[in-house]
Design a binder for this molecule. Structure first.
Ligand code: R5P
Length: 282
């Protein structure tokens, strides 16, 4: 049975369109004091259950823990947890002494009431090792590259920094496009130059791809640099569109278009990850 997490209703519908799996809705409410309530609206006793629930923003993380508990308490025979966007993935190590490793803390908690875990474009591959249950990281990058080809007609795919170069390379290779990444070079104490490592973008149409857009700072700066280097068109795409604060306005001022997947459902979700997840509920 597919348990339709309240954070991912449209994605769950898309997944069920392609399968004949039974579904269970989840009722949620918020008590006057702010505490939350979760109830499965269907009988899952003895059933193999897959819950699809993104964990952003925070209330959806809490809901996931409660849904998992409802599945355990009401007798599901197995629990597969699918988290399209796994929040807190960027805190995957101690950067400064005294910090929590949040990505590990939540992985441990999820593993207490689950048999398997799946996610899409985890911030780092090592997060799968934080789980005490089998865990797998799927990638939406090929789908983003295909969408770019169909809708934006780019000459090149670009990673906004070295950290994203491997995922962008994979995406570009899958559609047969050229790729590059933006390299930061320190010229002197006060000057940093950011430009494509090896390709001249002058007069070209470029799609920048990353795993996450949060404040939009990374993408906006990358797009600005590419336009300054003479790029004709710059489109920004990512798997997880958090778009915190005024990110959309900042991006809109410099990018020709901005798009993301439906791991976090919103108006810019032009690409669905449903085809990646359909097999998980069969
Ligand atoms: C960083 O490691 C990530 O891959 C993204 O580049 C980053 O999270 C984007 O954040 P922001 O939109 O706030 O610059």
């Amino acid at each position: 049975m597919l348990v339709k997490g309240p954070a991912s209703p449209l994605l769950c519908n898309k997944i069920t369109n392609d399968t004949d799996v039974e579904t269970v809705k989840v009722k949620t409410k918020v008590f006057p004091d702010g505490e939350r309530y979760v109830k499965l609206e269907g009988d899952i006793e003895g059933k193999r259950c897959t819950v699809v629930q993104t964990t952003y923003p925070n209330e959806h993380l809490l809901e996931l823990f409660m849904i998992q508990n409802a599945l355990t308490e009401n007798g599901a025979s197995s629990i597969k947890v699918v988290v399209p966007y796994y929040s807190y993935g960027r805190q995957d190590k101690i950067f400064e002494k005294g910090e929590a490793v949040s990505a590990k803390a939540f992985a441990k908690r999820i593993g207490v009431e689950a048999d398997e875990f799946y996610s899409v474009d985890l911030h780092s591959e090592k997060i799968v090792d934080f789980f005490d249950i089998p865990a797998k990281n799927l990638s939406a990058m090929t789908r983003l590259a295909e969408h770019s080809m169909e809708e934006k007609g780019p000459d090149i795919l670009i990673a906004p920094d070295e950290g994203a170069k491997d995922i962008v390379k994979k995406a570009a290779v899958s559609v047969g496009l050229e790729w590059d990444y933006l390299e930061k070079t320190r010229i002197d104490a006060n000057t940093v130059e950011i430009k494509p490592k090896s390709i001249d973008v002058k007069g070209k149409s470029v799609v920048i791809l990353d795993d996450i857009i949060a404040t939009g700072g990374t993408m906006t700066e990358a797009a600005r640099q590419l336009k300054e280097s003479g790029a004709e068109e710059v489109h920004a795409g990512c798997t997880h569109g958090l778009f915190a604060g005024d990110a959309k306005e900042k991006l809109g001022a410099v990018c020709d278009s901005v798009f993301c997947t439906d791991t976090i459902e919103q108006e810019k979700s032009e690409v669905s990850v449903a085809p990646l997840l359909t097999d998980l509920v069969d």
